[in-house]
Design a protein around this ligand. Structure first.
Ligand code: GLP
Length: 249
């Protein structure tokens, strides 16, 4: 059967296998590019990939050394949580990956959510633009088809911006907080342009709860009510999933 898009699908029921393949792709970028610009995602899905990256880097001095040259950009950050809050994405990144690797803090960028948020958004885009664009963007996907915190809406936003979080997303992320009231109402997220400008995109989608979002996003139609559907316009997307996707191949 002719595939509907240029997307590369890697389907395997074992998420350890998928994480290993994803780590291999990250390591290729790390080795091939002198100063690799890597876009990082948060959420529960990439945790296994980050463990794999840490473990294999620490077992291989040549790989470990390469992390000094990495320029890291995160997709998003909650507004209203201090950096040291256990659920902030700053905390997540240092906890899950950066503390174990010789990254240089001055090369690590995560949207700043204190001070003038509009200025922070512009600075974030300018900084990324100075580096060019991401050599590789790691992505997860929300159950409602969001990427980063680009939520389903009548219009999507090109650049980094402050966004309200949808009720669906707040409910989905409530599992990380003691009460729903503690889940932030807003976030700063890289916009659709910043994501789609990446040279290569690696999307991880694990678990049955992501199946509907994948089916909708990669069905062959594109719409702002499913932000991930815009990935179909990108020339170099690899999706790693444990879900049976034969319905759309
Ligand atoms: C979060 C993040 C996204 C992430 C998504 C899925 O809220 N902003 O970057 O991809 O939702 O998260 P999880 O992997 O925990 O399902």
């Amino acid at each position: 059967m002719v595939k509907k898009q240029a997307i590369q699908w890697i389907v395997n029921q074992d998420t350890d296998v998928l994480n290993g393949i994803a780590a291999g792709i990250v390591f290729r970028v790390l080795v091939d590019i002198l100063h690799p610009v890597i876009g990082f995602a948060t959420g529960s899905t990439p945790v296994g990939l980050y463990q794999d990256l840490v473990q294999n880097s620490r077992a291989n001095p040549k790989l470990l050394e390469r992390w000094q040259h990495v320029i890291g950009f995160n997709l998003d950050e909650y507004v209203g949580l201090p950096e040291n809050h256990p659920q902030s994405y700053h905390h997540y990144m240092w906890e899950n990956i950066y503390q174990f690797l010789p990254v240089l803090p001055q090369h690590i960028y995560i949207p700043k959510v204190t001070g003038d948020l509009e200025v922070n958004c512009r600075t974030y885009d300018d900084t990324l633009a100075n580096y060019g664009r991401q050599d590789l963007q790691i992505l997860g996907i929300g159950k409602n088809g969001h990427i980063g915190f680009n939520e389903p809406a009548g219009n999507l936003v090109l650049n980094t911006h402050v966004t309200p979080l949808s009720e669906a997303t707040r409910r989905a992320n409530a599992r990380f907080f003691d009460t729903m009231d503690e889940v932030p109402m807003r976030a700063i997220t890289m916009g659709m342009g910043g994501i789609l400008r990446a040279k290569r995109i690696l999307l991880l989608a694990f678990g049955n709860e992501k199946r509907e979002a994948l089916l909708q996003a990669f069905s062959g139609t594109i719409g702002t009510e499913c932000p991930a559907s815009f990935l179909q316009l990108h020339a170099n997307v690899t999706i790693l999933t444990d879900q049976d996707m034969t319905a759309i191949f």
